[in-house]
Design a protein around this ligand. Structure first.
Ligand code: NAP
Length: 251
């Protein structure tokens, strides 16, 4: 029987793939056989070495995803490089921490623009291509804050709750056109994004005590869910947000 998780012949775009979750997802998709296009504002050298070592084709695109200016060229450059765009992973994201009472407009706009607005308009640009060919997979990297309120991160919670909503909306519009739109909600993973939490002994201990698995996640542990949502194995899965959270939401 053919392997339903095989991504040979597919091209995947992963945003924010120089580090953390994006890098791990890019590597997992490469190991499953996809050609990889990494998009971001920092050097992709480390990710390139991992992807090439996995035997996959690699291309990088330098783009600041704090605005939607680059979205159309990301799609056209990907198609010029590898002939198609089959999988889009909207991973790039930022977080700003302050009490809601003091939160600034700048911290609101920066997070919403990167995490939500760019993810939507890059999905729109990729979706035009995917709908045209009748197939495609879009995976949004959501968060536990797609389900919960959190504290001291109002724009992050708004962005990730919005991203879950957009995941469902796009799934409703595009499921019948052959495009699967889904999301992954990581729990607490060891990346730059959570450095401030891990540096705070009280917050760190409180978080750890609530995770049923008894430990923080390693970025490589998200790869399997990404490969599933990128592959034929998930062809009838639409508009879902899959938690990979050590059991946090079950608590
Ligand atoms: P990270 O190490 O901070 O990675 C964030 C990525 O986004 C980096 O590649 C970063 O590039 C990129 N990025 C941010 N702003 C950008 C911009 N304007 N233009 C281009 N690229 C930009 O943290 P991470 O944990 O791997 O985060 C990846 C995703 O997972 C984010 O959407 C985050 O919200 C989500 N997430 C993480 C956790 C967790 O526990 N770590 C939990 C839930 C959700 P630079 O390196 O150049 O800044």
């Amino acid at each position: 029987m053919a392997n339903p998780f095989d991504l040979s012949g597919r091209t995947a775009v992963v945003t924010g793939a120089n580090t953390g979750i994006g890098q791990s997802v890019a590597l997992a998709l490469a190991e499953a056989g996809a050609s990889i296009v990494c998009v971001g504002r920092s050097s992709m050298e480390e990710t390139e070495a991992l992807v090439v070592r996995a035997g996959a084709r690699f291309h990088s695109i330098t783009a600041d995803l704090g605005s939607i200016a680059p979205v159309k060229s990301i799609v056209s450059e990907t198609i010029s490089a590898f002939g198609s765009l089959d999988i889009l992973v909207n991973n790039a994201g930022i977080i700003r921490r302050a009490d809601a009472i003091d939160f600034t407009e700048e911290d609101w706009d920066a997070v919403i623009d990167t995490n939500l607005k760019t993810a939507f308009f890059l999905s729109q640009a990729a979706g035009r291509h995917m709908i045209g060919k009748g197939s495609g997979k879009i995976i949004n990297i959501a968060s536990l804050l797609s389900f919960q309120g959190g504290i001291r991160i109002p724009s992050y919670t708004a962005s990730k709750s919005g991203l879950a909503g957009i995941t469902r909306l796009l799934a409703c519009e595009w499921a019948a056109k052959g495009v699967n739109v889904n999301a992954i909600a990581p729990g607490y993973f060891v990346t730059n994004n959570t450095a401030a939490l891990r540096d705070d002994p009280d917050r760190s201990a409180a978080i750890l005590a609530r995770i049923p698995a008894g430990r923080w996640g390693a970025p490589a542990e998200l790869g399997g869910a990404a490969v599933f949502l990128a592959s034929a194995a998930s062809d009838y899965v639409h508009g879902t947000v899959i938690p990979v959270d050590g059991g946090w939401l079950a608590r």
